[in-house]
Design a protein around this ligand. Structure first.
Ligand SMILES: Nc1nc2c(ncn2[C@@H]2O[C@H](COP(=O)(O)OP(=O)(O)OP(=O)(O)O)[C@@H](O)[C@H]2O)c(=O)[nH]1
Ligand SMILES: [Mg+2]
Ligand SMILES: [Zn+2]
Length: 300
């Protein structure tokens, strides 16, 4: 047979964009209704006679999955085989740091790197503004890049952090995810325009996930912006593992099954009281616990 191996570089409901091992990009359908491929998947595909489409016959085993619970309480896979989660917020729209925390929580639980990117920094030129949340992320050892997709500030740093990895950029709609990727591939062919649709306000908003290969190596998946995000946790107790400073402090709690809420001898609560753990991040953690409990009870 003429089976070839390929990676999924775009998903449009039932159709996919594939990049074959020889670098050629083709479109494909998927065999059967049950299989669902996502960006980052490695697949086996075969050419279809008298058609330009390929047929995906098999999805390779996934190293990891970025997931979220959907409205029906099922787990939806957003992308697979990711090395780095690039969580983006911006000067405008105003950041929802709880969403940033929940993405970071997902990355911790996936065991992958994460980068916090704060975009549209050009809008702050001439203003002496410190963003306390960014310092909180630096304090827990996360790379934080303040950048501008407009001026290119910070893009080299992002290139360096990404190196030869597969990244995915996530965040609220309008923070500049597609713009950043465009800037990173500036000298090569731009391809983000055709995957966007114009909104009522005439804004381009990304509707499909697309993987873009960077000229210097590595790739980034552009994903549609979100209103909200929650990680799909198997238990509320997993939430603590998604907040690295809380997970670290939890080692010293009196009870091994401490939930870090009202238990005596809780090293996490002590850390918050003594300002070693950010109160905001602790609140954020508690929200994830609540959210996970609600989801598991089928309440939204
Ligand atoms: N001033 C300024 N504007 C920017 C910057 N980056 C993006 N923008 C603008 O912000 C708007 C949204 O940018 P997009 O790149 O479409 O944002 P997105 O995150 O991809 O949005 P969705 O696809 O809807 O999730 C556009 O009008 C951009 O021109 C920046 O660094 N500075
Ligand atoms: Mg976009
Ligand atoms: Zn505790």
């Amino acid at each position: 047979m003429t089976d070839v191996s390929a990676t999924v570089i775009a998903t449009y409901s039932r159709r996919m964009g594939l990049r074959l091992a020889n670098g050629q990009e083709v479109e494909a359908r998927i065999k059967g209704k049950r299989m669902k491929a996502v960006c980052g998947d490695t697949v086996t595909a075969e050419p279809i006679e008298n058609e330009s489409d390929y047929l995906i016959t098999k999805i390779g085993e996934r190293r990891n999955e970025l997931t979220r619970p959907n409205m029906r309480g099922q787990i939806e896979v957003l992308a697979a085989n990711i090395d780095t989660l690039i969580v983006m917020a911006s000067v405008s729209p105003l950041p929802d740091w709880y969403i940033v925390d929940r993405y970071l929580c997902a990355a911790e639980l996936m065991g992958i790197n994460s980068i916090v990117v704060f975009n549209k920094i050009d809008l702050l030129v001439g203003h002496d503004i410190e963003i306390p949340e960014l310092q909180e992320y630096r304090d827990i050892g996360l790379p934080v890049v303040e950048c501008s997709a407009e001026t290119g500030q910070g893009t080299n740093e992002i290139r360096r952090l990404l190196a030869d990895q597969c990244g995915i950029v996530v965040g609220q709609s309008g923070v500049g995810k597609s713009s950043l990727i465009n800037k990173l591939v500036e000298d090569s062919q731009q391809r983000t325009a055709d995957i966007s649709s114009k909104t009522g306000e005439g804004r381009h908003t990304t509707v499909n996930s697309v993987r873009i290969f960077l000229p210097g190596g590595g790739s980034i998946i552009d994903s549609p912006g979100v209103r909200d995000y929650a990680p799909a946790l198997s238990a509320a107790s997993d939430a603590a593992l998604g907040f690295r400073e809380i997970a670290a402090a939890a080692q010293s709690c009196r009870f091994a099954n401490c939930r870090h809420l009202r238990e005596p001898g809780c090293a996490v609560k002590d850390g918050v009281d003594q300002d070693r753990i950010s109160y905001r991040r602790y609140e954020s953690f508690k929200r994830v616990v609540n959210l996970t409990e609600r989801l598991s009870e089928g309440r939204y």
